[in-house]
Design a protein around this ligand. Structure first.
Ligand SMILES: Cc1ncc(COP(=O)(O)O)c(C=O)c1O
Length: 393
């Protein structure tokens, strides 16, 4: 019999995620942000982001990094790009809705089209709206993390192009686990964050867009100071610095995380995340669990699961936490109705086996017996994960 003695939580949530040891090590570097080395780092990060987004015409695009989470990147765009343009937010979950709520604060001409959570965005309805309103900017989430649905950007991009609207896509939880072709799909700006599928420490927001559009922001009335997109772009582009003191260590960690992705190859990185998702889904299906959306629509990043009727999400979370596994509750209307299992960051197949085995125990043993300490028998076929220490009883 092995008694589990835990050292560190296994993060099966869609961010923050477990990061590689070399990312931790990179974060221990310190550097004055007005030094040449830091400017070089910014230039390298810009180049690497263009690679991560698989931009072909690199001379036309640029990326800006902000010290702040994904929401900071989103608010930077929404407070800086719109001027007096009308904005249309497409909503089929929490994160599409957040874009709408942020935009409303900065722009009274913000409209929305609501779709049910977990339902596809209906392009016919979007087109109808665009025909009858002059919309300057469309906003949407690529991966709607609250449901796990991967929204189709291409169709909306074609509509944005047809109706001469800009398209802002929140790719906070999708990049680089999912592909987005910003050039072909007419995406004006994308945002992402360091601490999700990029697998670095949280705390940096990234915006990528066409240089031409960044330049057009010059001279627009300034609505915001710290998150002013033109200012951030201008500092980065001209002197390769940030206007204010950046989270220097996070920049170094991000650089290492991007190196890890590029070294593996983006395609392979994506494939690995996909395989983990399929392994988790297969295992959970075997346990008789049902998913909130059809697997066809799911991203590779996470799975939104409906708990069996006799088990609450709180119970599941609590029992898994005792086994040092972290999962998420649902959000908004899905609170306590679903749980979410992410598979980004440094997770191994062994970790996934451990998760599935633990989930099985919680569903079929803990639920009946309500035992406090848990033991795993020698006949268990998986090895315990690196982050979980165990000892012979
Ligand atoms: C799609 C999406 N957008 C925005 C955010 C907000 O990011 P942050 O919490 O880093 O501000 C999240 C967070 O999970 C997200 O999944």
């Amino acid at each position: 019999m092995y008694k589990i003695k835990h050292k560190q939580d296994l993060l099966f949530c869609p961010g923050p995620v477990q990061v590689a040891n070399n990312v931790w090590r990179a974060a221990s570097k310190s550097m004055g942000h007005r030094e040449q080395e830091f400017s070089k780092l910014i230039a390298n990060l810009n180049d690497k982001f263009l690679q991560i987004y698989e931009v072909k015409n690199k001379s036309k695009y640029y990326s800006v990094i902000i010290t702040g989470s994904g929401t900071a990147a989103n608010e930077t765009v929404l407070s800086s790009i719109v001027g007096t343009k009308h904005v249309l937010s497409l909503i089929n979950g929490e994160f599409g809705e957040r874009l709408y709520n942020i935009s409303k604060v900065h722009n009274k001409y913000t409209h929305k089209l609501d779709f049910a959570w977990g339902e596809e965005i209906n392009t016919a309805k979007v087109e109808q709206f665009l025909k009858s309103h002059k919309i300057g900017v469309i906003t949407m989430a690529h991966h709607e993390t609250s449901t796990g649905m991967l929204n189709s950007i291409e169709e909306i991009g074609n509509l944005a192009h047809k109706y001469k609207s800009q398209l802002f896509v929140d790719t906070v939880s999708s990049i680089p686990a999912e592909k987005i072709d910003i050039e072909k799909w007419h995406v004006t700006f994308c945002s992402t964050s360091s601490g999700k599928a990029i697998s670095s420490l949280p705390g940096l927001g990234i915006i990528i867009g066409e240089k031409k559009v960044f330049e057009e922001l010059k001279g627009q009335p300034v609505k915001i100071v710290y998150l002013n997109l033109y200012n951030l772009y201008h500092f980065s582009k001209t002197i390769m610095q940030t206007p204010n003191t950046p989270g220097v260590q996070l920049f170094y960690a991000l650089d290492q995380a991007l190196n890890n992705i590029l070294k593996s190859g983006i395609e392979k990185w994506r494939q690995t995340i996909r395989e983990r998702a399929l392994m988790l889904r297969g295992g959970m299906r075997k346990l008789g669990l049902k998913f909130f959306i059809d697997e066809w629509y799911m991203s590779s990043v996470l799975t939104t699961v409906i708990p069996p009727k006799n088990i609450t999400v709180d119970f599941l979370k609590k029992r898994l936490k005792e086994k040092r596994i972290i999962i998420y509750n649902g959000k908004g209307p899905l609170l306590n109705k679903v749980f979410q299992v992410g598979n980004i960051g440094e997770l191994t197949k062994n970790d996934i086996n451990y998760f599935l085995h633990s989930l099985k125990d919680v569903l079929f043993i803990d639920n009946k017996q309500s035992i406090k300490t848990h033991f795993i028998t020698k006949s268990t076929t998986f090895n315990l994960p690196m982050s979980v220490q165990y000892m012979k009883k």
